[in-house]
Design a protein around this ligand. Structure first.
Ligand SMILES: C[S@@+](CC[C@H](N)C(=O)[O-])C[C@H]1O[C@@H](n2cnc3c(N)ncnc32)[C@H](O)[C@@H]1O
Length: 162
C-alpha cells in the first residue's frame, strides 16, 4: 500500500499537517515536496521534476518520503545525512526500521493520535492516517526539538557503533 496506511490514501501526494510541522521549527531542505504546494515546508524544496534523491542534501532536512517500497531509499539517505526529522508510519518491526532507525537515528517520537494529512491543494482529509505515525530525529539538536514539541512520547535511541 502506498503512502500512509489508510486505504483511502492511494497516492504519495499526502501533505504533512501544519500542526505537526509548526512545533518542529524551520528546515533548510525538503527533498520530496509536491510540484505545486499550498505551503512551504523548508527554505528549499526538491520535487519530482528534480528528483530529490539524486541531489546532495544540505542543512536541516524535513523528510516525509514517498512510502511503499520507495521509502527505504529516502530513509537510507537521511540516516547517512544525519541532520533532520523524518515522518513515517510507526511500523517498528520492519526491515526499514532496523536498517535506518534502530541504532542509526537519535530518537523517535510516537505521535499522539492519528493525524489527518492534507491534499495537495491544502484541504485536510476527512479521514485520518489509518495507522500510527512517528517522527524520527537524526542529530541531537533534533532530539531536543522532538522533546519540546509536545507532539507525543519520545524514545531516545542508542546508536550502534560504526
Ligand atoms: C508524502 S508527500 C510529502 C510532501 C511534503 N514533503 C510534506 O511533508 O508535506 C511525498 C512527496 O514526494 C514527492 N516525490 C516523489 N518522488 C520524488 C522524487 N523522486 N523527488 C522529489 N520529490 C518526490 C511527491 O510528489 C510528494 O509530493
Amino acid at each position: 500500500m502506498s503512502s500512509h496506511q489508510s486505504a483511502a490514501m492511494k497516492n504519495d501526494e499526502w501533505l504533512t499537517p501544519p500542526e505537526l510541522l509548526a512545533p518542529l521549527g524551520d528546515f533548510d531542505l525538503d527533498p520530496c515536496a509536491p510540484i505545486v504546494r499550498p505551503w512551504n515546508t523548508a527554505a528549499w524544496h526538491y520535487d519530482l521534476n528534480d528528483d530529490g534523491l539524486a541531489f546532495e542534501w544540505n542543512g536541516r532536512v524535513w523528510l516525509n518520503p514517498p512510502f511503499g517500497r520507495e521509502a527505504v531509499k529516502w530513509l537510507r539517505k537521511m540516516a547517512q545525512h544525519g541532520n533532520g526529522i523524518a515522518l513515517i508510519p510507526a511500523r517498528t518491526e520492519t526491515a526499514m526500521f532496523y536498517e535506518c532507525i534502530w541504532g542509526k537515528a537519535d530518537a523517535i517520537l510516537f505521535v499522539k493520535g492519528r493525524p489527518h494529512f492534507h491534499y495537495v491543494d491544502g484541504r485536510r482529509a476527512a479521514f485520518n492516517s489509518g495507522a500510527p505515525i512517528c517522527l524520527v530525529a537524526y542529530g541531537q539538536a533534533n532530539v531536543k526539538v522532538l522533546q519540546e514539541s509536545g507532539l507525543g512520547v519520545v524514545l531516545t535511541i542508542t546508536k550502534e557503533s560504526a
